[in-house]
Design a protein around this ligand. Sequence first.
Ligand code: ADP
Length: 449
Amino acid sequence: MKNNIFKNKKVSVLGLGKSGISAVKFLASLGAKVFISEKNTTSLDTIKKLCLDLKQDIKYETGGHSKKVLDSDLIVLSPGISNKEPIVIEALENNKEIWSELELGFSFIKPKKIIAITGTNGKSTTTTLVYEICKAYGYKTFLCGNIGIPVTSIANEVDKNSIVVVEVSSYQLEFIKNFHANSSAVLNVTPDHLYRYNNIEHYALVKSNIFKNQNKDDIGVYNENDQYKDIIKNAIHGRKLSFGFGQDSGDIFCYDKKIYLKNINWIFDTKNIKIPGDHNVENIMASVLLCMDLIKDNTKILDNVISSFRGIEHRIEQVREINGITFYNDSKSTNVDSTLVALKSFKGRIILLMGGREKEAPYSPLIPEIKSKVKNIIAFGEGKIRIKNELENFVKIDLVETMKDAVEKAFRMASRGDIILLSPACASFDQFNNFEERGRIFKEIVNSL
Ligand code: ADP
């Protein structure tokens, strides 16, 4: 643990979601003078309770971010707050110190190893698998970051023998200062969150910040098949390790249904993998590279972890089979690319449930898979009209209001051998609190059929 540099420091915490709350608790425990600024007035009760629990004189404002935020030594930003937010722009113009909650947590810990994962898709799956691998090799391991566990919430438990595996979003990477991971990966770069960046190249550059502060012995992992791989590869200053599909297409590659890891001669048959789709083969290959220094000669442990890994909830999760009709929950699919990946993971006869709060990306990349595999689309939520407009020439589309309507309609039209797949390609916030709630509700409805 480093010296406490936060004692009596004035710190403004912007945004009081899960990571904001954790940051406030962490800073308060270190004796910082905390100021909370939250746009949402409904958070007032949460803030009052937090102040009461912490028994400290924490100042706060709700309903907007005023200039009071700038009266601080440090501003800690929640991931949901855009760098285009006026107060953030003003803070930057005033050369204020701005950190993400991630930077805050990592400024405090000195573990044996930090492994960091980013990418448009596959972050949580890869982060979880890396965590499982590190644990299986006998390390005291922590999982944190964008996966839903604030770094500051585990910071006090991490010691010098621990490994910390962190999922990092591009939002958190916008404000990287001293964060240094020993192994980092950018899994892929595809259009998402583009409203926050000038263009996709800018988005790729922000993702590459995960390699910032690495030195020549550190590991940087990239995807040989990614369209923006050169931007990513050029940003790695350490050992550049890559994964890909096709013979010899990376330091680890998948060819003819087998994974080959070149430098330690490890071969793994993909038939032993329990999680569906080529995208998961990519996640596995990236995980192996990230853990390269742990694996060394003992690959038996690695075999066991990979062949027993069943993935995580809400990611192409099999829910139930009724009369030969199988239901899958891919609620985590919040963009077009991850829905495309889900469609590619199946052979066919899919009834696709999609919709929700839209991103700006077009739905057209789905057309080839839709034409060959999708029987019907049932669209719901805010996105349903654009989904209909962009896809109705290729597949029959029904519009419904609620998830319950969608599931019941799909079940009525399905026949033996069909797959009913919830893979929305949209965010959940128009009808649900988050993708987890959307997935849980889908499962509840399916289980009540
Ligand atoms: P993230 O944390 O980046 O959102 P997850 O591991 O939670 O990623 O997976 C979310 C969805 O993204 C999955 O259900 C799947 O459809 C898709 N996906 C997962 N891994 C990849 C990958 N390597 N490439 C492309 N899409 C992927």
